[in-house]
Design a binder for this molecule. Structure first.
Ligand SMILES: NC(=O)c1ccc[n+]([C@@H]2O[C@H](COP(=O)([O-])OP(=O)(O)OC[C@H]3O[C@@H](n4cnc5c(N)ncnc54)[C@H](O)[C@@H]3O)[C@@H](O)[C@H]2O)c1
Length: 381
């Protein structure tokens, strides 16, 4: 970073002080040379102070952070008072669209949690609104910010891996029933969706990023096996991509919560790429035909490019990477790595999958017409 005297500090407000917001506060406080938290908003008046107390030990310069911000219960009042440069939207997914739209209309850049919205049309509308106003949307697609992922993408784009054969993505993100009972919106078709829309959407986004291609069709099936929820707890399907690659997907929350796993496999002409996160521990393998693992080479290149302390920060909290990138994109005029376009394409992939379940058919992507997730409520699971 340049000398802190010369750096513009941007004001960040967070709307929604629930489970994921802690990652946002930690990232913002870790970037205090560039960002300052100006407001916390929640319709529950106790939530901002509960959130601050819960992460007291994890926030750098806690007293300064607390003293420098105001709490609100009405986000519109906060937007009028504070004019934040960046608003992080961490409310239930069914509320993303309206709040994001209001923030963009008020002139703020946004960091929008995944999934972008609950319909392909509204996701696209947000993207186009931001573009028309010259504002940035950074998506909470955390996997794009895992160490070395940006380099793998770069090399895929420059042809270093040759053609992509196929891919496979597994998200076994187990949640017990109490997770669904903690908040009424969770697991409902209207406000959340199931394992695919909530837990798998950003993994699908990563496959597009790594394969450097967009999905052109999908055929999927869903089931509710173990969890008491309205939507599915298990989804399996196959996408085709514009480069001819097939990609299979398994997304589930019906597994044991202590066995969280997200794994990504891409078979290319020149290497087999494996990225896995198991019980919070990441592992990487980029094997050539001769069996040589290039992972350390990538790690060294990543550290040389970004520094060791950045690597440690994003490995602990990928949201740190999203905020770093958003700051850079606002101050230098570039596009965030996980931009608004990635947001609506990922939603389109999920909705296409759900539509194929309803139609019992392969569905072409991008979807030609509007499809809202609430149409899934017709389905008896
Ligand atoms: N990127 C990731 O890794 C990640 C991880 C978890 C959750 N998420 C996403 O983050 C979002 C929030 O998830 P969560 O688990 O933190 O939810 P949560 O239910 O724990 O928290 C949501 C908070 O928003 C508040 N809220 C509701 N309506 C509001 C309004 N109109 N104005 C202000 N506050 C309001 C609630 O009171 C609650 O405190 C979801 O979209 C989810 O998919 C992303």
């Amino acid at each position: 970073m340049p000398d802190s005297e010369a750096v513009t500090r941007l004001k960040v407000a967070i709307i929604g002080c629930g489970r994921v917001s802690e990652k946002h506060i930690r990232a913002v406080s870790g970037l205090s040379d560039r960002l300052t938290l100006c407001a916390l908003v929640d319709t529950n008046p106790d939530a901002p102070s509960n959130l601050l107390s819960a992460c007291k030990k994890k926030i750098k310069k806690y007293n300064d952070v607390k003293a420098g911000m105001k709490s609100y219960i009405d986000y519109k009042e906060m937007l009028r008072d504070m004019h934040p440069d960046i608003v992080a939207i961490t409310v239930p997914s069914g509320l993303h669209f309206q709040i994001a739209k209001d923030c963009l209309e008020a002139g703020s850049h946004i960091l929008l949690e995944k999934p972008m919205t609950m319909s392909n049309k509204s996701s696209r509308e947000l993207y186009e609104l931001a573009e028309s106003k010259g504002l940035r949307i950074a998506m909470g697609h955390i996997y794009r910010y895992f160490p070395i992922v940006s380099l793998l993408h770069e090399d895929m784009v420059n042809g270093a891996f040759g053609k992509v054969g196929h891919g496979s993505v597994i998200v076994r993100w187990g949640h017990e029933n109490d997770y669904y009972q903690q908040a009424a919106w969770r697991g409902t078709w209207k406000s959340d969706g199931g394992a695919l829309m909530n837990q798998t959407v950003h993994a699908l986004d990563l496959m597009c990023y790594l394969m450097n291609a967009e999905a052109t069709s999908v055929n999927g099936m869903i089931a509710r096996r173990f969890r008491n929820m309205e939507a599915e707890d298990t989804a399996m399907g196959v996408y085709t991509f514009g480069n001819g690659a097939l990609c299979q997907v398994e997304g589930t929350t019906a597994t044991f919560p202590k066995e969280h796993e997200a794994s990504f496999y891409i078979n290319t002409e020149k290497a087999a790429i494996r990225i896995a996160l198991y019980k919070g521990k990441p592992s990487y393998s980029i094997r050539t035909a001769k069996g040589k693992n290039l992972a350390f080479k990538y790690l060294r290149r990543y550290i040389k490019q970004n520094g060791l302390s950045y690597l440690i920060s994003v490995a602990k909290n990928p949201h740190y990477g999203i905020y770093t990138d958003l700051y850079k994109s606002i101050t230098t005029g570039t596009s965030p790595v996980a931009d608004g376009r990635s947001g609506y394409l990922a939603v389109d992939m999920v909705l296409g999958f759900y539509r194929s379940v309803l139609k019992k058919n392969e569905i072409e992507l991008p979807l030609p017409n509007e499809f809202k997730i609430e149409e899934m409520a017709k389905l008896e699971l």
